[in-house]
Design a protein around this ligand. Structure first.
Ligand code: ZN
Ligand code: ZN
Length: 305
């Protein structure tokens, strides 16, 4: 099944007519994971006709307003959406207090339970926070002006049946093939067939989402050899390198250097300052260092391979 990224908002602190506060929805095998939730994210979800009730896990990188203000409205809507009986919020230390404040700032009649998970990885640690048979989601500490974490999604490798090879053994319809997919040998017509004789390894897809930060060891850990790195590129290095440093953000050139240094396959840049009317200049700046770069715009969907 194809995984997709939906870019709900691509702006940093001050949204524009064209760019909403930051939020990215990640669609994977029927699930919808939301990464950050700037103002009016739910309106963008509606505009993209995404199934809002499928959002059961929300990841917040940090509690600066442009990454979380929309959570108040989204939580209200989720509480009034059929099929949603609870949901989770994952974020850095302090998340329980922030969610609690949000829940207390309005009078709400119907509220489904929200479970908040605070994650506090050590510097230089890639901390697994969700691990199941299909994928792992990990987080790492970033270098920003408030506690901030980035996230990494690693799909597990799977063994698929090589139909031609299975056919050669007369096994194309056998229920025993399920054993081979699990890496077990099969007894068939008096001989033992090893799983590698009829399967091939399908590498799992990897994705990192690294928002507000300066270059740091955490960003490197998250980006290490991923297929797709979604990362902030707030400023142009050429024009505003000093601002990137002053506000604890990245310039497009620095973001491209992270991708280059960590063997990333595809870089996707977002979280742009309102001062750039056309972000192609940021994309070009990144491409000068890392060719396979895509810049994002609101309501854009990207299929991941
Ligand atoms: Zn931001
Ligand atoms: Zn921030």
């Amino acid at each position: 099944m194809v995984s997709k990224l939906h870019f709900l908002g691509t702006s940093c602190m001050v949204p524009t007519k064209e760019r909403n506060h930051l939020s990215v929805a990640f669609e994977h095998e029927g699930s919808m994971f939301l990464f950050d939730c700037g103002e009016a994210t739910q309106n963008q979800i509606k505009a993209m006709k995404l199934p809002i009730g499928k959002i059961k896990k929300i990841f917040i990188s940090h509690w600066h307003g442009d990454h979380c203000i929309g959570l108040i409205g989204l939580m209200l809507t989720l509480s009034n959406t059929e099929g949603v009986d609870k949901f989770e919020v994952h974020g850095p230390v302090g998340s329980k207090t922030f969610v609690d404040h949000m829940l207390k700032c309005t009078v709400t009649q119907k509220r489904v339970p929200v479970e908040v998970f605070e994650h506090n990885p050590e510097e230089g640690e890639l901390l697994p926070i969700i691990d199941n048979a299909k994928f792992t989601i990990s987080c790492a500490r970033l270098n920003h002006s408030t506690p901030c974490i980035g996230f990494r999604f690693d799909e597990k490798d799977v063994y698929n049946i090589d139909k031609e090879k299975a056919q050669a053994f007369g096994l194309e319809q056998s229920p025993m093939l399920a054993r081979a997919k699990m890496g077990m040998a099969i007894e068939h017509e008096g001989r033992t067939i090893q799983p590698e004789e009829i399967t091939y390894l399908k590498k799992g897809m990897s994705l990192a989402l690294v928002f507000d930060t300066r270059p740091c060891v955490g960003a490197d850990l998250l980006a290490k050899e991923v297929d797709h790195l979604v990362m902030e590129a707030t400023f142009s290095y050429e024009k505003h390198a000093h601002k990137a440093e002053e506000y604890d953000h990245m310039s497009a050139k620095e973001t491209a250097e992270v991708a280059q240094a960590n063997g990333v396959k595809h870089l996707i840049i977002t979280h742009f300052s309102q001062r750039y009317k056309d972000v192609k200049e940021l994309e070009q700046e990144a491409r000068d260092t890392f060719e396979n770069t895509t810049s994002t715009y609101d309501l854009m969907t990207l299929k991941l391979k």
